[in-house]
Design a protein around this ligand. Structure first.
Ligand SMILES: [Zn+2]
Length: 232
C-alpha cells in the first residue's frame, strides 16, 4: 500500500510540476527555466549549453541573454556575400573587464555570449587560482576571414568565414605578467593555466583547438560555435 502511494506521488509530482509550469502557475528559478533567457552571470548548469545552442535557432534569444544579464550589446549590420561569407546577427565583441587587443573583433552574437560565459566562469577564476590575479587584456588573432578551413583552395568554409570563430593567443594579468602561446604551453604554472583555459573554454564553445590538436594551432586557441564539437 505504502509502496503504491510512493509510486503515485513519484508519478504525480513531476506531472503536477509540469502542469503548474505550462499553466503559468509556477516557474523554476531562471537558471533552471528553459523559457528564461540565459543569465551570463549565473553559474553554468545543465541548461547552459542548451540555451547557448538555442541562440542559433532563435537569434533574438542572444540579445535577450545580454539584456537579462545587465550587459550591453553593440549589434552590427548584417552583410550579404557572394562568396559564402555573410555576416548575420553579428556584434562588436567587448569584454567585461577584459580588453580585446589589438581591436574589438566582430563575432556572431552566440560567440559573444559564449565569450562572456568563458570570461566570467573560466578565464578569471583560472587567473585567480594560478596567479592570484586577474586578466585585463586578451590578445587575439582575428575572428572574421572569408576563407576555407586552413585557408585551403578547396573544401568547406571555415567558421571564421561567418565570424563564428575567434583565435586567441595571449593574456595580460593585472600585475603586468604576460602569458602567451606558444611560449608558455609547457612552462609550469603558465602551462597549467593555459590548459585550464582550454578545458574551461570547452564548456562555452563548440570547438576548442589548441597546441594539442595540431601544429597549425601551436600558437593560438581556436574557439568557435560551429556545428562540430571538438575539444583538444
Ligand atoms: Zn581559428
Amino acid at each position: 500500500m505504502v509502496g503504491r502511494l510512493v509510486l503515485l506521488l513519484l508519478l504525480l509530482g513531476p506531472l503536477g510540476l509540469a502542469g503548474a509550469y505550462w499553466s503559468g502557475f509556477w516557474r523554476p528559478p531562471p537558471a533552471w527555466d528553459l523559457a528564461a533567457p540565459l543569465d551570463i552571470r549565473a553559474e553554468p548548469n545543465l541548461l547552459t549549453s542548451w540555451k547557448l545552442a538555442r541562440m542559433e535557432l532563435q537569434p533574438e534569444s542572444c540579445a535577450e541573454a545580454f539584456a537579462a544579464s545587465g550587459r550591453s550589446l553593440r549589434r552590427l549590420p548584417d552583410r550579404s556575400s557572394d562568396h559564402g561569407c555573410p555576416l548575420e546577427n553579428v556584434v562588436r565583441l567587448e569584454g567585461d573587464g577584459v580588453t580585446l587587443q589589438p581591436s574589438r573583433p566582430t563575432v556572431t552574437c552566440p560567440m559573444a555570449a559564449a565569450w562572456a560565459l568563458f570570461e566570467r566562469h573560466a578565464l578569471q577564476p583560472a587567473a585567480e587560482r594560478h596567479f592570484n590575479s586577474w586578466v585585463v587584456a586578451v590578445r587575439h588573432l582575428g575572428s572574421y576571414a572569408c576563407r576555407n578551413v586552413y585557408g585551403r583552395a578547396e573544401g568547406r568554409r571555415s567558421e571564421h568565414a561567418t565570424a563564428n570563430a575567434l583565435d586567441i593567443a595571449g593574456f595580460t594579468l593585472a600585475d603586468g605578467r604576460e602569458i602567451r602561446l606558444p611560449r608558455d604551453w609547457d612552462r609550469g604554472e603558465a602551462g597549467a593555466f593555459l590548459r585550464e583555459l582550454r578545458d574551461g573554454a570547452c564548456h562555452s564553445f563548440k570547438a576548442v583547438l589548441g597546441p594539442d590538436y595540431n601544429a597549425a594551432h601551436a600558437d593560438h586557441f581556436h574557439l568557435d560555435r560551429g556545428r562540430w564539437s571538438r575539444c583538444s
